[in-house]
Design a protein around this ligand. Sequence first.
Ligand code: C5P
Length: 233
Amino acid sequence: MSSKLIIALDFSSADIAMQFVDQLSPSDCKLKVGFELFVSAGPEMVRKLTNKGFDIFLDLKFHDIPNTVASVCKAAAKLDVWMMNVHASGGIEMMHKASEALGNFESPPKLIAVSVLTSMTDKQLQQTGVNALAKDQVAHLATLAKEAGLDGMVCSAREANLLRQLMGEDFLLVTPGIRPTGSDRGDQSRIMTPADAIRAGVDYIVVGRPITQASKPLEVIAMINAELSNVDS
Ligand code: C5P
């Protein structure tokens, strides 16, 4: 069975990222390529990773006018990524065009929405002119994303229970801010363990530094996968 673990490859160069990836097998995890690695190493890096057999979540959070977002989603799909994302606050028309653009691919990547960034407080959200609590805005944007034909969304594990109830089973929930018991929380504040996140209804967990900066990353990966399979059984 394929793993529910997505490792965030937040590295500053292709060489450093590849040194890390060379230890891994596609059956252990999927990989997330975000801004830092994409800006440093480009689409070529994504191709190298897919050629090695990894499922890639391209985490570039597209947010622009509908036509531009639809075009960049098509370009990203040509890299054979497994998943990508757009900002739900770009609106239903933008999300719909993005989803439609991917519909022409034989096996289209999963398209998920970013709602309210988990780093934002209620106050900061309201400063942007949105007169709602962050959790209510997340639920609202999730409904919009589903209506636009998206496959799911990025959310905090704390929101997963509510979103699972509101959105039903057929909506992917992908969650960063995961910390295995005993690991350093870093700059994440609203954290959860891998098992608790899956119990709350999350489909895939994103883990970065607790694995990438561990002295024995493979041991941490094995521990997380064991924890996840115990929840399944
Ligand atoms: O190292 P850590 O486990 O905190 O990495 C989490 C990853 O998830 C990072 O790549 C970060 O950019 C991403 N992320 C996040 N919070 C969000 C969206 C993405 O931490 N709301």
